[in-house]
Design a protein around this ligand. Sequence first.
Ligand code: MF3
Ligand code: CO
Ligand code: CO
Length: 268
Amino acid sequence: MIGKASQTRDGIRLYQDADFEGMRKAGAVTARILDEIAEHVFPGQTTAEIDRIITAKVTEYGTTSATIGYKGYEHASCISVNHVVCHGIPGDKKLKDGDILNIDVTVILDGWFGDSSRMYVAGKLSRKSERLIQVTHDALMKGIEAVKPGNTFGDIGHAIQTYAESHRMSIVRDFCGHGLGQVFHAPPNVLHYGRPGTGPTLEEGMFFTIEPMVNLGRPETKVLADDWTAVTRDKSLSAQFEHSIGVTGSGYDIFTLSPTGKFHPTYA
Ligand code: MF3
Ligand code: CO
Ligand code: CO
């Protein structure tokens, strides 16, 4: 078995201590790009231009994009505006004052994947959008705080779901987080809802994302004719935050933390 990576019964790979460093380096580049893109978000800007800037930075920082060429996707980012839940395709439509957007970037560095997303605003943030964004961010952090060996994936989902629903918001069921590491998407599916004690047990060396999508209205989504863009069926606003994390002996490591503390809020 020499050289064979270990994995759990559920097919979840367990990485070694040295692998954490590879993930930290990849995650740091993703975080830097998400930090630096903030100043390029303003009314009148197009999401295609934001993506063009991200594409240039991916190369400048010695990484490659995990999304360009992934299942036919052609961009270095997904940019999801207002009622777009996820997988928004960058385009020529101009951002309007008060638009909220999720920017999701995944880079590959030395074979390691760094996947993260945050919320941004063009111009002035409304009170209602601010509330949605705050609750979504805090829901992610509640989920992350449930990460330690011995807890289960159901504990993570439960922490996220109960927090969002206690604020009368809803959790999207149609998309989930995922294992990652030396691949983009691997087992397990990381659900953002669930019951305590259910699902696989967390073990040291698991790497995965947590990336809850929270809607102000109902949780149902639909995918548009472009086969990517997922929107809320009721057209209500949606927000999302994503970190790539690893399970340590006593808790977690967040690989995609902002070096400048700008994960949230990204705006002043
Ligand atoms: N980064 C997304 C995630 O969090 C995946 C985007 S796949 C793409 O898993 F092809 F739409 F870019
Ligand atoms: Co992801
Ligand atoms: Co992502």
